[in-house]
Design a protein around this ligand. Structure first.
Ligand code: CAA
Ligand code: FAD
Length: 380
């Protein structure tokens, strides 16, 4: 076991840190306040290879390992958790799913522009009545011979208003339950495909979240991913990897808040000394440091296991469950360390606290991660 990062991994970490400081930090409060999507910044992320980090270069990706991805996600989420979720969805839900399961033709047509960051993608599983209970898909994809007829509504779709390509999960044969579900690549602008209004959110306000409405959308048969009935297993396999992305986003939110709190505690004076000299404050920082280090290790473990081709359902869920709790705890305490200053936008920690909450909800709530973990340990 070796805890050292390689030269290449350190370079990626530094590149992401520099990018976050120079390109993301300047407008982050304004984007949060006005719910402004980071269009220019996402374009630059694509140019730097951050949108298809693990994809083979022959499909337009950067060909890097998953630990590099965790490192880059952490650095970007430290500064702008909204940009980080755009990156996470594109990398680990859209690109990873296509690279692993799509046909060669689908990869050349869709993966290449997505991995190179020319366009971004979205992943549409959730519905008004099917969130945690994801097998209860109400969206239908009726088999019409050489095409499917797509009808229904997807909810809460990240990148919904800015994506060019959407991976949409739908039920083809309800009698077969989850074995009758398919996954499709749907293009923006197809007749009958409408994008609903943007959600007004508590956090990650720079990212865009929309419902998607499908009315008799004709999806060519060649846009189905994998064999007939593979859609639910596809979604689960993709989400196992996706959870590493969100775990790393949560890790970044936590470590961003910790770094701000540590700096502030060394500068702010009360009762004649820097507040870090008050043990109540010093102990908060010690707890944050331990918890963040443990969260980072769980993220690395899941990433290393993913690259080794292992089943990461348990390790991905563990990384997400723990990191998201650490993000919540750390950001709440970081606001406390800042006192009244922590409660205003200028000091960033209140935004990080609002951003942290979503990491316990999307890509499977914490309760769902516990279901995944408990089923896995019960099998052993
Ligand atoms: N990995 C691989 N396969 C899995 C799996 C996993 N983690 N979890 C379930 N499966 C497979 C099962 O093996 C089974 O397949 P087979 O029949 O072929 O063996 C199939 O899925 C159905 O499994 P269950 O019988 O266990 O189904 P269930 O209904 O009892 O529970 C669940 C499934 C784990 C709760 C699942 O519905 C789930 O993960 N729900 C959460 C949904 C979710 O994470 N949504 C995220 C949307 S994307 C998003 O949120 C993006 C974003 O914000 C940025
Ligand atoms: P519900 O499933 O209704 O859950 C409500 C509560 O009940 C939760 O606390 C849950 O943990 C609990 N619960 C439910 N079932 C159980 C159980 N069996 N045992 C114990 N507790 C249970 N989805 C996508 O497909 N693509 C996206 O890009 C995407 N982006 C999102 C972005 C944002 C900002 C948000 C808010 C959501 C996004 N989602 C996306 C949807 C997200 O994945 C779901 O909100 C999430 O899976 C929970 O589903 P739900 O909201 O329907 O809650």
């Amino acid at each position: 076991m070796d805890f050292n990062l390689s030269e290449e991994q350190l370079m990626i970490q530094q590149a992401a840190r520099d990018f976050a400081q120079t390109e993301l930090l300047p407008g982050v409060i304004e984007r949060d306040t006005h719910q402004k999507f980071p269009t220019e910044q996402v374009k630059k992320m694509g140019e730097l290879g951050f949108l298809g980090m693990m994809v083979d270069p022959k499909y337009g990706g950067a060909g890097l390992d998953s630990v590099s991805y965790v490192l880059a996600m952490e650095e970007i989420a430290k500064i702008d958790a909204s940009a980080a979720v755009v990156m996470s969805v594109n990398n680990s839900l859209v690109c990873a799913g296509l690279e692993k399961f799509a046909s060669e033709e689908q990869k050349m047509k869709y993966l290449k522009p997505l991995a190179s960051g020319e366009v971004i993608g979205a992943f549409a599983l959730s519905e008004p009545e099917a969130g945690s209970d994801a097998t209860s898909q109400r969206t239908t994809a009726e088999d019409k011979g050489d095409y499917y007829l797509l009808n229904g509504t997807k909810n809460w779709i990240t990148n919904g208003g800015n994506a060019s390509y959407y991976i949409v999960i739908a039920q083809t044969d309800p009698e077969k339950k989850h074995k009758g579900i398919n996954a499709f690549i749907v293009e923006r602008g197809w007749e009958g495909f409408e994008i609903g209004p943007k959600e007004d959110k508590l956090g990650i306000r720079g990212s865009d979240t929309h419902s998607l409405l499908f009315t008799d959308v004709k999806v060519p048969k060649e846009n189905r991913i994998g064999e007939d009935g593979f859609g639910f297993n596809f979604a689960m396999a993709v989400l196992n990897g996706g959870r590493i992305g969100i775990a790393s986003q949560a890790l970044g939110i936590a470590s961003g808040a910790y770094e701000l709190a540590l700096k502030y505690a060394k500068e702010r004076k009360a009762f004649g000394t820097e507040i870090i000299n008050h043990q109540a404050i010093a102990f908060k920082l010690a707890d944050m440091h331990v918890n963040i280090t443990a969260a980072r290790m769980l993220c690395f473990k899941a990433a290393v296991e993913k690259d080794a081709g292992k089943d990461i359902s348990e390790s991905g869920a563990m990384a997400k469950l723990y990191s998201s709790q650490v993000a919540m705890d750390t950001t709440i305490e970081a606001v406390q360390v800042h006192g009244g200053y922590g409660y205003v936008k200028e000091y960033h920690v209140e935004r990080l606290m609002r951003d942290a909450k979503i990491t316990q909800i999307y890509e499977g709530t914490s309760e769902i991660q516990k279901i995944v973990i408990s089923r896995s340990i019960a099998k052993k």
